[in-house]
Design a protein around this ligand. Structure first.
Ligand code: URP
Ligand code: ZN
Ligand code: ZN
Length: 471
């Protein structure tokens, strides 16, 4: 009997815990053997000599085809967004299903299933953004959604029309505790932010740099502390998303040192960009507007410390692409717009792994096993996909990226596959690039050429996060 469909031979297998020289045997969609000199004359052999064999990246914070306000269109749908993710070495993405006001959570996820249908190149799963925490949503829908494998929910403390007040967050956390849901929080305080925006507007400050001025670290630090306190008050775990700098990071470390189940994420933009990028000539700075804003060199250093020391378990892209040109993106209202009206977010789904590898592993800031943990394994663990996803082990899905650790690439817009018209990392030289990718045993990229198919990706129902309170 044919034992293996595919053997990956001669590579260095890297997981979050180990780095070993061995072959990987694949049958159907699963890894079925790890060992030396695996043999099967009829199997397809992939020569991984000189390559790292790692679990495919999992990007657990991406926005794809998400409703973003009147006249604003996200630059990626599930076709371009997941293709770009695949070309960046990822095998799973976790976009958000956004609940419009007045909409049920079920309707929200159905909308996003419809958007993804037949389009995904790699596997995907949805978090749900709660913008309308009605008694029905908190009392009946959350338990039903958790039961159906939608086990994580994001809340905004921030944006006009989307933010929840403290009482609403408390009620949501209580529901999460009762039903084992896992809560992700965007922590920037709505009221401090509104105050700053009004001050800047009355001073006539409309340029992109105003975005950075409107959101000093204290705005994020205060909300981070408040969110943590509410999580402690209800006794429920929580993950702080896209943490940008030292001040919020220190709040998170403080909470973790007190034994609270507080987790956190940071993103490439907080390692490589600063507020100065928003201050570039003319409206160029609009390209870098995201929330929280990129800060300063000390914050970049703090984010690295957070990654090195385990304060951050998750490194995601927060890919949120809007065109810079045209009438549907960041500058849809022209050059005379105010920073307040520029759509928030930067693209980065394809560049996340090369940036972390090059700036992290190659520059000696993190080791290979930390790279895998931060970019794949911890995402699977945090969000109820482990060990199906996020590792190279017998019984796991054969989601594998073969990585050339020495390949030098200059990141430019024209080599990327996203639907956006710019990259914030234009001209950045990186060392290390994904060359071959398998998704559930299927070769979807071979030596840099896409060999997969649109529609191959499937939806992943998830278990409860192991951190979630067990009622
Ligand atoms: O600016 C950002 N981060 N946009 C994406 C939406 C969000 O808040 O995550
Ligand atoms: Zn956010
Ligand atoms: Zn986001």
């Amino acid at each position: 009997m044919k034992q293996f469909d595919t053997i990956i031979r001669g590579g260095t297998v890297v997981t979050a815990g180990d780095t070993i020289q061995c072959d990987v045997g694949i049958k159907g969609e699963k890894i079925i053997a790890l060992g030396s000199n695996l043999e099967d004359d009829s199997a397809k052999v992939i020569d991984a000599t000189g390559l790292l064999v790692m679990p495919g990246g999992i990007d657990s914070h991406v926005h794809i085809d998400q409703a973003s306000g009147p006249g604003i269109v996200m630059a990626d749908d599930f076709d371009t967004g997941t293709l770009s993710a695949l070309c960046g070495g990822n095998t799973t993405v976790m976009p958000f299903a956004f609940q419009e006001k007045g909409q049920s959570l079920r309707e929200a996820v159905n909308d996003y299933h419809e958007k993804a249908k037949g389009k995904s190149w790699i596997d995907h799963s949805f978090h749900i953004i709660i913008s309308d925490p009605t008694p029905q949503a908190l009392g009946q829908e959350i338990p039903a959604m958790v039961n159906d494998g939608y086990t994580s929910f994001k809340v905004y403390m921030t944006y006009e029309g989307l933010h929840l007040n403290d009482r609403e967050i408390i009620d949501l956390l209580a529901s999460a505790r009762q039903h084992g849901a896992f809560i992700m929080v965007h922590a920037e305080g709505y009221d401090t932010l509104r105050y700053m925006i009004e001050q800047l507007e009355s001073d006539g400050c409309t340029k992109p740099f105003g975005h950075a001025l409107s959101r000093p670290q204290v705005v994020e630090r205060e909300a981070t502390h408040r969110a943590i306190s509410l999580a402690e008050f209800i006794d429920v775990p929580m993950l702080l998303v896209h943490v940008s700098g030292r001040e919020p990071m220190e709040q998170i470390r403080w909470a973790q040192q007190r034994g609270l189940k507080i987790f956190a994420e940071t993103c490439p933009q907080y390692l490589l960009l600063t507020a100065d990028d928003l201050d570039k000539d003319g409206m160029e700075g609009a390209k870098y507007i995201c929330s929280p804003p990129p800060r300063d060199p000390d914050s970049q250093k703090a984010c690295w410390e957070g990654l090195q020391q385990g304060v951050f378990q998750i490194f995601s892209s927060d890919h949120c692409p809007f065109l810079i040109e045209g009438t549907t993106g960041k500058l849809r209202e022209g050059d005379k717009t105010t920073f307040q009206r520029v759509a928030n977010g930067v693209p980065g789904i394809e560049t996340r792994l090369p940036i972390l590898f090059s700036e992290g592993v190659k520059k000696g800031r993190i080791d290979l096993n930390q790279f895998v943990a931060l970019s794949s394994t911890n995402h699977a663990k945090m969000y109820g996909l482990y060990p199906r996803k996020g590792t190279i082990a017998v019984g796991s899905d054969a989601d594998i990226t073969l990585w050339d650790p020495d390949k030098k690439v200059t990141i430019t817009q024209d080599i990327l596959h996203h639907g956006c018209d710019y990259t914030p990392y234009e001209g950045l030289e990186v060392t290390g690039w994904p060359v071959t990718v398998l998704s559930r045993g299927t070769l979807v990229m071979k030596n840099g050429k896409v060999t997969g198919k649109r529609g191959h990706g499937c939806y992943l129902s998830r278990d409860k996060s192991p951190h979630a309170t067990v009622p």
